[in-house]
Design a protein. Structure first.
Length: 623
């Protein structure tokens, strides 16, 4: 090769998706390329012309125009144009016009199609649909390492259960357990639902030691109404529950069905992450100082999980498990100090902790729903003291006081159930700006401690109202559109200043313009359909199951959400490793050419979904 071809080869080796082509392929490609120079204002391709080459822009920029004359996109160094017409047989469907003097590398169509056929990565890169490109990109950025226990769910570890009827004899059950080599059986009632559990220990303690007849029914020795898990519960929390209650086996139920059994030994054999020990140490802590010390490990945990290439949802669940463990431990410590609650209450969390989507320390959003038996004169001081211990403790552990004072220490958010009913009634029926702000916080709620039925009753009533109120849905849609993906008119990224760091350079706000648009859309669709999930990924799945949006559309949005979330997490992990405080503002120069392209794809998928949402809920009437 001559000097010019060597320069072309070096450039090709740096351009996605050619970066991993074998050396011989790069050599052949460099020798086959024809250099074209196009003056500013000239057309590279025109509609209805026949095209036989794919163009790689080496320098300069081009605009791509639709047949209507409307602008489609702007492309520059390292971008490809013209390849779609080659893939479709040659006919050009859009005009490509140089907006400045432009240098192009023209790849012969036959060679380009050969690369598509022989190299999967090239084929994925030039896939027609943005969602397909995103799906493949996610597979590339994710490793295949085993999951840490803190990011695993019960469904990943549970085994099939052995089921017996409550009238089966002790001897029959023992023989079946021996035959199937199991240490535990689930006892079901007449309706097929779980009514008890029997382990090998029960045979020793309740049969042999007590001299019980082996012809007696197994129901005589079962543990009634055992604690249960669901397949969606986190494995780390299951292990901690077993440890605190000294339980070796837990049934896994889905509705009325027993679908599995989880043993402590299975959990411990799988466990390889220090994160589960961190949560365990939190529950063993005796004071706030110890909790604060343990909380300092959270940034290192985030880096570890990102490096394992875990899905963003699992990372969020894992990070949240630490924060909620701290809050729960503080609540237990507070009740130990001030005594048992005089009336039932539910300590609720909102926002990212409620959705289990935290990425690092954040400000706290919480409150209390107290039983309607509450009497301010008799009970007020007790709950004020509990709230103060928790809020002060969370702040000491890095979960700073909420700037908007949305905390249980604020009398407004520490109220009886009847008052909370009134709040939601007002927010739904009079969706003014302040109401919409509260809606974005308090329509994502989870009970962390106490009587969960207080929140369950409230949420059931709220979902019934949100499903029926088209006015509320329209206002929520308009509010959701206040956060747009950071794509400008010319396909460039829209940059914002970090409001918390005035000295920082402008960057893309990966939270407000990246993940929040999807969170807001998922919340709206779930509330409009009366769906109960709170986690965004689970909401999207429920929306697909309900048929509110087609499954293919939901999968496209979910992949876009995952890719944006992973880029955000990787940015934060990199900052932590560099000794910086993690934030959500990403300078575009941090991105590789491949990441920039896939981010644009992801943002455009979300933008399209926002347009659909606006039409569906008539958002323009209220913006």
């Amino acid at each position: 090769m001559d000097v010019e071809q060597l320069a072309i080869r070096d450039y090709l080796a740096k351009c996605p998706p050619l970066t991993e082509l074998p050396a011989a392929e790069l050599d052949a490609l460099a020798q086959a390329i024809v250099i074209q120079r196009v003056p500013q204002g000239d057309d590279v391709l025109t509609i209805d012309a026949e095209n036989t080459v794919a163009f790689l822009i080496r320098a300069g920029a081009v605009d791509v125009l639709l047949e209507s004359g409307d602008w489609y996109g702007r492309f520059g160094d390292g971008d490809w144009v013209g390849y779609r017409s080659v893939m479709r047989g040659g006919k050009v469907s859009m005009t490509v016009r140089a907006i400045e003097d432009t240098l192009l590398y023209a790849v012969p169509g036959e060679l380009f199609l050969s690369l598509l056929e022989r190299f999967e990565r090239v084929r994925h890169y030039f896939a027609e649909r943005k969602p397909e490109r995103l799906r493949n990109a996610l597979q590339e950025i994710r490793g295949s390492d085993g999951l840490a226990l803190v990011a695993m769910h019960v469904r990943d570890l549970m085994k099939l259960p052995m089921l017996v009827g409550k009238s089966d004899s002790i001897q029959q059950v023992a023989q079946q357990m021996n035959e199937f080599d199991t240490q535990t059986v689930m006892v079901t009632g007449d309706d097929g639902g779980l009514c008890g559990i029997v382990t090998d220990v029960d045979f020793r303690k309740r049969v042999v030691a007590e001299g019980r007849s082996v012809n007696a029914p197994i129901a005589d020795i079962m543990t009634l109404n055992p604690l249960t898990l669901t397949p969606r519960d986190q494995a780390s929390e299951a292990l901690l529950l077993m440890s605190r209650r000294n339980i070796r086996h837990l049934p896994v139920v889905e509705g009325n069905d027993v679908v599995g059994v989880l043993s402590a030994s299975d959990l411990l054999r799988t466990q390889s992450s220090s994160a589960v020990y961190l949560v365990g140490d939190i529950f063993a802590a005796q004071d706030v100082a110890r909790l604060a010390e343990l909380s300092k490990s959270l940034p290192k945990l985030l880096v570890s999980l990102v490096k394992q290439s875990l899905p963003a949802n699992d990372i969020g669940q894992s990070i949240t498990s630490v924060g909620q463990a701290i809050a729960r431990r503080l609540l237990v410590m507070a009740e130990e100090k001030f005594g048992a609650p005089p009336v039932p209450y539910a300590f609720i969390v909102a926002g990212s902790m409620a959705r289990r989507e935290q990425t690092a320390h954040s400000d706290q959003d919480n409150g209390m729903i107290v039983s309607d038996d509450y009497n301010e004169a008799q009970h007020g001081e007790y709950f004020r003291q509990i709230a103060k211990v928790v809020s002060d403790g969370l702040d000491a552990c890095g979960y700073i006081y909420c700037p908007g004072n949305v905390m249980a220490t604020n009398d407004q958010w520490r109220q009886p159930l009847a008052v909370w009913r009134g709040y939601f009634e007002t927010w739904i029926n009079k969706p003014e700006p302040m109401a919409l702000m509260y809606a974005s916080i308090f329509f994502d709620l989870r009970c962390l401690h106490g009587d969960a039925s207080l929140l369950t009753r409230l949420q059931e009533e709220v979902l019934h109202k949100t499903k029926a109120s088209t006015l509320f849905q329209a206002f929520m849609a308009g509010n959701a559109l206040s956060h747009k993906p950071p794509i400008g008119f010319f396909r460039g990224f829209v940059l914002d200043k970090d409001s918390k760091d005035s000295s920082a350079e402008k960057g893309m706000d990966m939270k407000k313009r990246g993940v929040v648009p999807v969170i807001d859309m998922a919340r709206l669709y779930a509330l409009a359909a009366g769906l109960t999930p709170i986690n965004t990924w689970e909401r999207l799945e429920a929306i697909a199951e309900a048929g509110t949006i087609t499954r293919s559309t939901v999968e496209d949005v979910r992949d876009a959400f995952e890719f944006i979330s992973m880029v955000r997490l990787q940015h934060q992990a990199k900052q932590i490793e560099n000794g910086q405080k993690p934030n959500n503002h990403m300078p575009p120069e941090e991105l590789s050419a491949l990441e920039r392209r896939h981010l644009k794809d992801a943002f455009e998928v979300i933008s399209t979904m926002q347009d659909s949402m606006a039409t569906r809920y008539q958002a323009d009437k209220f913006r």
